[in-house]
Design a protein around this ligand. Structure first.
Ligand SMILES: Cc1ncc(COP(=O)(O)O)c(C=O)c1O
Length: 391
């Protein structure tokens, strides 16, 4: 049977290295995996209850396409109280299907074929395929020399090095997956000023905003309101990855256009999950605190263990990842390291190469796992290091 060619952009998209590696090592008996970015906590009981009640009360119809008005009100209040942003519930907050749809909608809204987007790297791998589908070229900015923090100097140098590129904006993510690095107010402010100077949009993925271990989160929305799409959601703050509730926030002129993309992609987020979301953002404003306290303990434990083993580790101030530089004396690149560790010690970590340029030489560890698993993981890692140092 002869079929016409499919979308040519798909040739440039592959299943993510994280998923591929995770699936390949899952076959190893007794493998301990610190691979995926998924909270190991369950959704808080009161939020689950609200979901159950929503079903019983027949919340089984579409909401308006921008989302349940009560949820948008709750989101306005939550993000204002927490991060001092002030997006109007009526026309500046869109309820999306997880942060992922918020990202897809934001990228599609600002992209024209032939545009380029600045992307700091190492970076969460979810953005690049969305750019590719929109015929947009990523221009990477390697942050491995600036402690994984994007600086105005790096943005300026990248723009200067690409005089012919039609650069539309910057994608930013903090607290960061994979590095755990987050940004201080002065750093956010400086990036906002640089973006304004070059007339760049900013898509700021703040999905880990409730998981900061030092100062509280500073939103790009409070420094670059006019040109920013803020992406957030309930996946990490309320351990609700499977409920698929996200938020896309921005000035009304941008959200009015994003609404069109959102409508034809998904119509609206799930009504039941939105009802549970109202409970999460009203009576569960501090639900993240318990998880955060546990993550902080785990981070401290793994961070210290890595330092003791001779790893150099980026400033881990947020999210639930550590991005560690493999000791040079082991003579292993990132993929060799993660592959050998999985087969020799049955411990799965992610190669830094899964996160783009600047990731070679690093491994990512997700510490969204029980303390018992983390202790076992450290033991296996120590054994691996000792064996390879002796070799
Ligand atoms: C940086 C980042 N953005 C977005 C997402 C996706 O979030 P959601 O599950 O809400 O779509 C993830 C998930 O791991 C992530 O790490």
């Amino acid at each position: 049977m002869k079929l016409q060619p499919l979308n040519k952009q798909l040739a440039d998209i592959d299943v993510s290295e994280i998923r591929q590696f995770d699936e390949s090592v899952s076959k190893i008996p007794g493998i301990l995996k610190l691979t995926l970015g998924e909270p190991d906590f369950n959704t808080p009981e009161h939020v689950k209850q609200a979901g159950i009640e929503a079903i019983q009360e027949n919340y089984s119809h579409y909401t308006g396409m921008v989302g349940d008005p009560e949820l948008r009100e709750a989101a306005q209040h939550f993000f204002k109280t927490k991060y001092d942003t002030d997006y109007a519930a009526d026309d500046e907050i869109l309820v999306t299907v997880g942060a992922t749809e918020a990202l897809a909608t934001a990228i599609t809204t600002i992209s024209d074929p032939g545009d380029a987007m600045l992307v700091p790297s190492p970076i969460y791998p979810g953005y690049i395929p969305l750019l590719t589908l929109n015929h947009v070229t990523p221009i990477y900015m390697d942050t491995s020399k600036t402690n994984f923090v994007l600086t105005p100097a790096l943005i300026e140098a990248t723009i200067a090095a690409h005089p012919d590129a039609k650069i539309k904006g910057i994608i930013l993510n903090y607290p960061s997956n994979p590095t755990g690095v987050t940004y201080r107010a002065s750093e956010v402010k400086a990036i906002a000023a640089t973006a304004a100077e070059h007339d760049l949009y900013i898509i700021c993925d703040e999905i880990y905003s409730e998981l900061t271990y030092g100062d509280s989160h500073v939103s790009m929305g409070s420094y670059a309101y006019d040109r920013t799409f803020v992406v957030n959601g309930l996946s990490k703050s309320h351990a609700m990855t499977g409920w698929r509730i996200g938020f896309l926030m921005g000035p009304r002129v941008l959200i009015a256009e994003a609404k069109k993309v959102h409508q034809y992609l998904v119509t609206a987020a799930t009504t039941i999950a939105q009802r549970a979301g109202i409970e999460a953002l009203t009576n569960g404003q501090d639900d993240a605190q318990v998880m955060k306290a546990a993550y902080a303990k785990r981070r401290d434990f793994v961070y210290q263990a890595l330092l003791d083993m001779g790893f150099d580790v980026a400033r881990p101030d947020g999210a639930f990842y550590l991005f560690a530089k493999i000791p040079i004396e082991l003579g292993l690149d990132s993929r060799q390291f993660t592959q050998s560790l999985a087969t020799e010690q049955k411990l799965a970590l992610i190669s830094g190469t899964a996160f783009g340029p600047g990731g070679e030489g690093y491994i990512r560890i997700s510490y969204a796992a029980s303390m018992a698993d983390l202790k076992e993981a450290v033991k296996r890692l120590q054994a691996f290091i000792a064996a390879h140092k002796a070799a």
